[in-house]
Design a protein around this ligand. Structure first.
Ligand SMILES: *Cc1c(COP(=O)(O)O)cnc(C)c1O
Length: 397
């Protein structure tokens, strides 16, 4: 049984704050500050460039990738870290398209995160006028899979509503139609049990700064199924994905397996933070985490619906259809969230009208969730959100 009181003690959260935004930026794990300080002073400071060998910096993307892999059902040696998620989406898509060179269509849904769609669109423009990104509603994806589709690119959990796709089912359908699949696990890794191996995905990508708590700008991960890893030809063919980077050959030869999905110099300080953040996950049972996440979400929904009828649930009501977040709609969502943050409960707003709350059992208790709901309802019933300062839009929402 996972002890969530013990995991809570491993985080540094500011006093008086209830944090329901770990789905967007995870909080600081206590061990991360010390680990990064050590990487700066003992490694960078003392070892200088010899740190690449002596401190094992060069192997960090693979070592940390294996630790992330454990949380998404990936075998050791099938995940590597680096770059940002947008880059990893591009990289996976480009490789997948090249492997289905007789087809031209990327299929996705219109609830996908815009960056994933922008990246797909940009890649199509580079490849030529006959390449196209096709988007349908999330509900229509399954029926839109046919033998014209080269790649099915989906995000398992909708960033706005928390709606969850049936990954294994859609993969089976895509494979039967001869398409490859790229799954974005941005809101899945560390949020729900994931089994990339069992679901038989071809590619999976995701970020580490959300539920995995690596800090702002933490590196992304990429998984390639072992059955494909030796065939993939990376479009972003950087020197660190080369079979022998320090041979400085004129010609690119892809490295072994997942190593070829590396691009350039890895972000060592961010990887050090992530490595420490992953210590928190040691011994965490994903089924227990999921059960607790659902209990927190259900308690929140019940309390909010009971106390503020003006908010409309935007997430699926059935917990099995949801990830680890709950969203409500309200035309004044932005101002309501600002008022809530001013009162110590941090959630976020997603245009046009979504109030979004992430549930992270590692550091959230039932009392936190109940208090958050009560404060939200008090703000609503007393109209405390309707002040000019809460309507002013900041750069990041
Ligand atoms: C958070 C998120 C991103 C962000 O990409 P970055 O390159 O890390 O900024 C991309 N896609 C999805 C689905 C996300 O949820």
């Amino acid at each position: 049984m996972t002890d969530f009181t013990a995991t809570r003690a491993l985080f540094d959260l500011p006093d008086g704050v209830i944090y329901l935004d770990g789905n967007s930026l995870g909080p600081l794990p206590r061990g991360a500050a010390a680990r990064v300080a050590k990487a700066i002073t003992d490694e960078w400071g003392q070892m200088l460039i010899t740190g690449w060998n002596k401190a094992g910096w060069m192997d960090l993307p693979a070592r940390v990738g294996d630790r992330v892999g454990r949380l998404i059902g990936a075998a050791p040696g099938t995940v590597t870290m680096g770059d940002t998620l947008s880059i990893k989406v591009y990289q996976a898509l480009a490789s997948a398209l090249e492997m289905r060179s007789d087809r031209r269509i990327i299929l996705s849904d219109n609830g996908n995160f815009p960056s994933d769609l922008y990246m797909a669109d940009g890649l199509c423009r580079t490849l030529g006028p006959d390449y196209a990104l096709k988007t349908v509603t999330p509900e229509a994806v399954e029926d839109a899979i046919d033998d014209s589709i080269a790649v099915l690119m989906l995000t398992e959990i909708d960033y706005r509503t928390g709606r969850k796709h049936d990954m294994a089912r859609l993969i089976a359908k895509a494979h039967a139609a001869g398409a490859l699949v790229v799954w974005d696990l941005a809101h899945s890794a560390g949020a729900i049990p994931v089994d990339v191996t069992g679901a038989d995905t071809d590619f999976a990508v995701g970020c580490s700064y959300k539920y995995l708590n690596s800090g702002p700008g933490g590196p992304a991960f990429i998984y390639v199924a072992p059955r494909l890893a030796e065939q993939v030809r990376p479009a972003l063919s950087g020197w660190l994905g080369h079979e022998s980077p320090f041979a400085f050959d004129m010609e690119y030869r892809p490295g072994r397996g997942i190593e070829r999905m590396r691009v350039g110099t890895p972000p060592i300080l961010q990887l050090a933070a992530l490595d420490a953040a992953l210590d928190v996950w040691e011994g965490v049972d994903m089924a227990a985490l999921r059960a607790r996440s659902v209990a927190l979400q259900q308690a929140f929904i019940a309390r909010v619906e009971g106390g503020c009828p003006d908010l409309t649930l935007a997430s699926p009501r059935d917990a099995d259809q949801r990830g680890s977040q709950v969203s409500f709609r309200h035309p004044n969502g932005y101002a309501i969230i600002q008022a809530l943050i001013a009162e110590g409960v941090i959630g976020d707003f997603r245009a046009p009208d979504i109030l979004r709350f992430g549930f992270t059992p590692l550091y959230l208790a039932l009392e936190d969730v109940e208090q958050a709901a009560d404060r939200l309802c008090a703000i609503m019933t007393e109209g405390r959100w309707d002040r000019p300062e809460f309507h002013a839009r900041a750069k990041v929402t």
